[in-house]
Write a protein that binds this ligand. Structure first.
Ligand SMILES: C[C@](O)(CO)[C@H](O)COP(=O)(O)OP(=O)(O)OC[C@H]1O[C@@H](n2ccc(N)nc2=O)[C@H](O)[C@@H]1O
Ligand SMILES: Nc1ncnc2c1ncn2[C@@H]1O[C@H](COP(=O)(O)OP(=O)(O)OP(=O)(O)O)[C@@H](O)[C@H]1O
Length: 314
């Protein structure tokens, strides 16, 4: 066969970051079961990659997944990447025949929006593969239908999420922050953690959620010490109530020199802010040695949102 006869398979690869919630203020339960939030999202440099290639006519989205946590990822129509492909295809009246391969590096069910990341990445990958050029605001609206965290996975950087977290306002960030994440042995279900929040706050007046001005200025100034003082997560008591052993992980990171520690979103991943890269590695080693977590990851924020990193189209 001559080289020019080889058909190159069209392929689009998208890289998408995980998130940590630098501030998560949670209001009372709404009639629709969700909670109003003032959610200060920060994208961090742990990434999944979703690669889209054309599928056979009529087969719909086909999901495959590789990575250390791949066995925990559903490969059926419940996968957020499959749901994203179907939603986009329906919006444009095109077939959703696409193969989506997820290279998963974001901890699963860890409160780092891994599934949401794959949903946002698949949406961008399919939009590019199918040449649809869907306007950004429409992509964000589809993301919001898929889940509260999905719009932020597309946007990246830092943002305040209001409503159930899907209405985003980008936030300025004045410098890089150094983070350590301690990944727990077993995941936690997000709805279960919100239910526990409701149980723990029952009979109390839950205030309207608001973003702390000190948090926003710490991010804007890139000041790690001020950020450490302002980090807050209203879901932390609920996550600790369901998984009391997380308190030991939080304490081990502080003992090792972290500026601050908190549960990431709904947990059970715990996040540690460090003053520099060297301290971050020391904290990670101490957490590893403490035996209070499955593994650790060291990275920085902010990180770019979902972005096409390879686009091979015939
Ligand atoms: C905890 C966070 O990760 C913080 O960023 C998010 O609030 C969760 O976002 P998510 O995983 O995208 O959540 P969704 O898929 O939208 O909702 C899953 C479930 O979480 C609960 N949920 C979620 C978001 C929200 N603002 N209030 C809620 O009560 C609801 O029980 C909902 O049925
Ligand atoms: N592409 C996907 N990757 C991982 N989990 C997925 C995916 N699609 C659907 N899921 C389901 O979502 C559940 C939550 O997984 P995910 O990794 O998104 O949790 P999370 O990081 O705690 O989410 P969040 O921080 O947005 O609340 C999993 O247990 C799995 O059943």
């Amino acid at each position: 066969m001559r080289t020019e006869d080889v058909q190159v398979q069209a392929q689009v690869r998208v890289r998408v970051p995980a998130k940590v919630n630098a501030g998560l203020a949670v209001g009372g339960a709404r009639p629709d079961g969700f909670h109003d939030l003032a959610n200060v999202f920060l994208a961090v440099g742990l990434y999944d990659e979703v690669t889209a290639t054309a599928g056979a006519a009529g087969e719909g989205p086909v999901i495959t997944c590789e990575g250390p946590d791949a066995a925990q990822v559903p490969l059926d129509a419940s996968n957020l990447a499959a749901r994203a492909a179907l939603a986009l295809a329906e919006r444009h009246g095109v077939p959703a025949d696409v193969r989506l391969h997820i290279a998963k590096d974001i901890p699963v069910a860890g409160g780092m929006a891994g599934g949401s990341a794959d949903g946002a990445a698949a949406l961008l990958a399919c939009d590019t593969l199918w040449g649809l050029q869907t306007p950004r605001d429409e992509l964000l609206a589809i993301c919001a239908d898929l889940g509260s965290d999905v719009p932020f996975s597309l946007l990246g950087g830092a943002a305040l999420g209001t409503g159930r977290g899907e209405r985003l306002t980008a936030l300025p960030v004045g410098g890089a922050f150094h983070w350590v994440f301690a990944v727990a042995h077993e995941g936690l279900s997000t709805p279960r953690v919100f239910q526990e929040f409701d149980r723990l706050t029952a009979g109390t007046a839950v205030p309207e959620p608001a973003a702390a001005p000190a948090l926003l200025s710490a991010l804007r100034d890139g000041d790690a010490a001020l950020l450490a003082a302002a980090l807050a997560n209203d879901l932390q008591p609920a996550a600790l109530s369901l998984r009391p052993s997380l308190a030991e992980t939080l304490a081990a990171g502080m003992e090792a020199g972290a500026l601050a520690s908190l549960v990431s979103g709904s947990g059970p991943t715990t996040a540690f802010l460090a003053k520099d890269a060297q301290t971050a590695h020391q904290v990670a080693q101490a957490l590893q040695d403490s035996g209070t977590c499955r593994t650790t990851r060291v990275t920085t924020s902010p990180a770019r949102g979902a972005v096409v990193v390879e686009d091979i189209r015939a």
